[in-house]
Design a protein around this ligand. Structure first.
Ligand code: AVJ
Length: 319
């Protein structure tokens, strides 16, 4: 074993990091430190997010469901015929499933970074919809959108629900929309966005009384420990969620509870008490601002629908 280890040690540089590890290390060494929110979604994180959507404080999922229920026919008419439905960040695939009856896609392509979680969902889906062609893709689509050739370029619908686009900075959201548009010439996009609203509504949605969102945020450290072989201790950190009204975004952070040091192979960093790691932004939009963003990315025929309280919006647009 030793000889083998020594050989390995010589064969490649000992500190060679995978792109994922390098990304984590760079973010942790930055000041302030940050970790991309995609690391929230390991198998447990995806399950915790599903639980969050059932919380009374977390309104976005219920608002979006209400919109699809009340305006589903209208939305389906605006979209027109759908050959392939590409679900960005599909998770448990439940949102797309509810639209199958009205949109009638022939081919469903769920994409999610949490590949195991997606596999479980897809097994269930294939039993319920034996005639639907399903191509599951376990992929991080935040940087590039690579679709296999089996997916027809005809009548594509990109489905980007839940206000996941709110995780991206305005520049990154614009780039993502342009990438989507480039992939769905003649097709369309159906996207959910959360709206600007009072802090009294926003903050409890991201800092709930049962502390599920705290667990969701802290679980990211366990995911980082596995990916980077780091030694974060979840007990040393506290969940912080606050609304940054100047930038129209909820920010999630993890705050060190005492001075501490975190180490990983080839690196490490000290944090002082109260120092934070920025783990997520969740941008909130006015319908006007989001409509402008869609148009600036080249979309046209923009339509939108809202829930009865005007807390959430669903946009449909043509590429
Ligand atoms: C899945 C990105 C839409 O921003 O509301 C939920 C993630 N973070 N609670 C959101 C999340 C904390 C969620 N998105």
């Amino acid at each position: 074993v030793l000889a083998h280890a020594a050989q390995e040690y010589q064969a490649r540089p000992p500190l060679a990091l995978s792109p994922e590890q390098a990304e984590l290390q760079d973010g942790l060494l930055d000041r302030p430190a940050h970790i991309d929110p995609k690391f929230l979604y390991d198998a447990l994180g995806s399950s915790l997010f599903t639980a969050i959507t059932l919380l009374p404080e977390y309104y976005p999922t219920r608002c979006e469901t209400e919109i699809f229920q009340r305006h589903g026919q209208d939305i389906a008419r605006h979209i027109g015929p759908v050959q392939s439905m590409i679900d960005l960040g599909a998770g448990d695939c439940v949102k797309a499933e509810r639209l199958f009856a009205s949109l009638r896609p022939r081919h469903y392509i769920p994409i999610d970074i949490s590949a195991d979680y997606l596999q479980t969902a897809v097994r269930r889906l294939k039993l319920s919809y034996p005639d639907l062609q399903v191509t599951a893709i376990g992929q991080d689509f935040s940087q590039a959108l690579a679709l296999p050739a089996v997916i027809s370029t005809e009548q594509r619908l990109f489905f980007y629900p839940g206000s996941s686009i709110g995780n991206l900075s305005p520049d990154d959201a614009h780039a993502m929309l342009q990438r989507i548009r480039a992939q769905c010439d003649g097709g369309g996009l159906l996207v959910g966005v959360d709206r600007v609203k009072p802090r009294q509504v926003l903050e409890p949605a991201y800092d709930d009384a049962l502390h599920l969102t705290a667990a969701f945020n802290l679980n990211l450290l366990r995911h980082v420990n596995r990916v980077l072989d780091a030694d974060f201790n979840v007990d040393d950190w506290r969940h912080v969620a606050l609304y940054n009204s100047a930038r129209s975004r909820i920010e999630m952070h993890l705050e060190a509870q005492r001075p501490l040091h975190v180490a990983w192979p080839g690196g490490g960093r000290a944090f002082h008490a109260g120092e934070r790691i920025h783990t997520e932004n969740s941008y909130k939009f006015t319908p006007h601002a989001f409509s402008d963003l869609l148009q600036s990315a080249g979309f046209r025929d923009v339509a939108h629908w809202s829930d009865s309280r005007g807390w959430f919006s669903v946009f449909s647009a043509r590429a």
